[in-house]
Design a protein around this ligand. Structure first.
Ligand SMILES: [Fe+2]
Length: 680
């Protein structure tokens, strides 16, 4: 209800209602006055006409005609009454006979007396009517009938009903009221439309633009209004104001930022100033502390020098101690390794390798003296040139360090070979000597060889402690070499004894004489063809020599039986691999040899004896021995048959490949035979 539009509309409506109301009232009043004047004029004219008719009839002596006129007039619907009364108010003549002699109303009489001949009055029923009072004056033509002294013969009173005029006035008023109402509505609607188009819409656009300004969205705050010159000017001014406001806002923000930056700089500057003051105080304190610190530093430096001297001494001792511990550990580990090796060749190589590791040398080797020729041979070596032939004998002659050591029977340190002319720089083992240490290897006091290391890895020179360490290693090596040699001798003695036993047994039987020897040759040849060498070849060789040693435990009569063997006899003969294993059981180094012997009657298909091995369970050495043993048995005479030819025996082996014999081994044997490589 507080809307300007509603207020303006309300004000316009009130003004219009008042204006139109006043106009309508004035129109109605004018209409009423016109109608009254019209009725008065009409009544007056009618009264004058009646007056003239009455005078005419009275002049002609026709008093009855006057009555007829009055009666006719009175019969008109719009005529209420028509009569003639005297100056006292008594009715002399009337259209209505019943009213003769009655008195007119005081108002009608007073109207005549006051000269107000035309007036409006109302009867008791409220109906309005117009009165015309016309005096009928005495004239000379009337003296015949009337006294000439009389001035007025009677007063004509005509009463005209105003009902018709009232109806006209009511219709005119209604028409005026309706026209005024329609005009009022049209005016209000026109004003409302005008307000909406030319005032409300532009104001709303401006308000929307103001909202954008309020929200800071200046780019959207543009009002485009062209409904009228005033609104266009207003929107133009508004847009200009927004543009100015935007510029001012941006300028304000920029200034505020600058202000904030300056405030921050100011605060920072103040803080820096405060910090500077604090720093100056701290600097003074630090200067004072520095003076004290310099004094303390001098004291500490002195103490440091003393500590450094002590530390240097301690470090030297520590280094010596660490080296001693390292060497002891190396010696201990080497002792463990050396004592676990009984093979002489392996032992000498191991000693060379461990000496090089322990003394951090590039080259290490052991030279053994050939007691028969007096020459030296390379027993073991580490770091020698690859093209050097280790199998060559090295003559023992002056110029070599080993020569000196063996002659003097004591170790020798040559810290720098370049600084002495006693020894040649070029070793006969094919390398250049820079720094060398050498110690003798002894057996019961006699020199049997030397152990030598040369050229430290880091390019330094060997020292007395290194000589001492190599001497200790040489002593350990001497004992180990002696033990290995004793072991080799013991092993050789035992094997020779057993081999002699086998040969003795075979010698008693013409059919098996030389069997083990031939099988051994065949087995070694076949093994080499299959790429077996080293320890495995050696173990196969020993196993081949001893493979039938179990027959010692079989009854000689059964071994030499010429009749056909019974199944019981065969069962007994099948025991010979297991008996052989038991005979060799006390000799621990023959562990693998025993295993090969036990397997020389196994079959590839698992139907052999004593354990029914097959496939990969069966050792390759056992497979080789099985082929060679069978071949020699087939190509030898037996009490119950003659020897088969080599070709037949080879065919047999080929036929039983994959069942009795391993296919790969059988194929290699056949190939060896085809190539004519079977040993005689
Ligand atoms: Fe056998």
């Amino acid at each position: 209800m507080n809307s300007l539009k509603i207020k303006f509309l309300g004000l316009c409506s009130v003004i219009l209602i008042v204006a139109i109301g006043l106009t309508t009232w004035h129109n109605l009043k004018t209409q009423k006055a016109m109608l009254g004047k019209l009725a008065s004029e009409h009544g007056r004219m009618l009264a004058e006409t009646v007056h003239r008719s009455i005078i005419t009839d009275m002049a002609n002596g026709k008093n009855d005609g006057v009555v007829n006129i009055l009666t006719k007039i009175n019969s008109e619907p719009s005529i209420k009454d028509v009569r003639i009364f005297d100056e006292t108010g008594r009715i002399l003549m009337s259209g209505n006979d019943q009213k003769l002699g009655e008195l007119v109303t005081t108002a009608e009489l007073m109207a005549y007396r006051t000269g107000n001949f035309n007036f409006t009055s109302s009867d008791n029923d409220g109906a309005d009517y117009f009165n015309s009072v016309v005096p009928i004056y005495n004239q000379p033509i009337c003296y015949s009938c009337h006294d000439q002294n009389l001035q007025v013969l009677g007063i004509l009173n005509l009463q005209v009903s105003l009902d018709a005029i009232s109806d006209m006035r009511t219709a005119g008023r209604n028409a005026t009221m309706i026209a005024s109402g329609v005009m009022l509505v049209i005016l209000i609607l026109t004003i409302t439309a005008f307000l909406l188009v030319y005032v409300d819409v532009p104001i709303r656009k401006l308000v929307t633009a103001m909202d954008h300004v309020e929200q800071g969205k200046f780019e959207n705050a543009h009002a485009s209004v062209g409904s009228s010159d005033e609104m266009t000017l207003l929107s133009s001014k508004f847009n200009y104001m927004v543009q100015r406001l935007r510029e001012m806002m941006e300028s304000t923000i920029k200034n505020e930022r600058l202000l904030a930056i300056n405030q921050e700089k100011l605060a920072h500057s103040e803080e820096l100033h405060a910090m500077n003051l604090t720093l100056e105080d701290r600097l003074k304190e630090i200067e004072y502390l520095n003076i004290n610190l310099e004094e303390r530093i001098e004291e500490i430096e002195e103490a440091n020098y003393k500590i450094a001297d002590l530390a240097s001494e301690l470090e030297e001792k520590n280094v010596g101690l660490t080296q001693a511990v390292d060497r002891l550990q190396a010696l201990y580990k080497m002792g463990l390794a050396v004592n676990a090796t009984i093979d002489l060749e392996k032992l000498l190589n191991l000693l060379s390798q461990k000496s090089v590791e322990t003394l951090h040398a590039q080259v290490g080797y052991i030279l053994m003296k050939n007691q028969k020729t007096g020459d030296l041979t390379v027993g073991g070596a580490e770091g020698l040139p690859e093209d050097f032939d280790r199998s060559l004998d090295i003559p023992l002659k002056p110029g070599g360090v080993s020569y000196w050591v063996m002659n003097h029977n004591k170790p020798r340190l040559v810290a720098n070979v370049n600084k002495t002319r006693e020894f040649s720089k070029m070793s006969r083992l094919g390398f250049i000597r820079e720094s060398v240490i050498c110690a003798p290897l002894l057996d019961k006091g006699a020199v049997i060889g030397t152990i030598t290391v040369a050229n430290p890895i880091d390019g330094s020179e060997f020292g007395p402690s290194d000589l001492e360490l190599l001497t200790t290693i040489a002593a350990q090596a001497s004992i180990a070499i002696r033990n290995a040699r004793l072991y080799e001798e013991q092993e050789s003695t035992y094997l020779n004894t057993v081999q002699a036993l086998v040969s003795a047994i075979e010698a008693n039987d013409a059919y098996t004489r030389g069997h083990s020897e031939r099988v051994t040759k065949l087995s070694v040849a076949l093994a080499k063809k299959l790429g077996i060498d080293g320890d495995a070849l050696k173990q196969l060789e020993q196993a081949a020599i001893l493979h039938d040693i179990g027959k010692i435990g079989i009854d000689v009569n059964l071994l030499h039986k010429k009749e056909k063997l019974t199944p019981a006899d065969i069962d007994v003969l099948k025991l010979h691999p297991s008996i052989g294993v038991r005979i060799l059981e006390p000799i621990h180094f023959l562990g693998t040899v025993r295993e090969i012997i036990e397997q020389h009657h196994e079959r590839f298909d698992g139907n052999g004896y004593p354990n029914g091995l097959s496939g990969d369970e069966w050792r390759i050495e056992g497979k080789i021995l099985a082929v060679c043993d069978t071949f020699d048995a087939m190509t030898s005479d037996r009490p119950y048959r003659k020897a088969l030819s080599d070709e037949v025996a080879i065919q047999e082996i080929q036929d039983h490949s994959g069942t009795q014999f391993d296919p790969r081994v059988a194929a290699a044997f056949v190939e060896m035979s085809n190539e004519g490589q079977l040993p005689e």
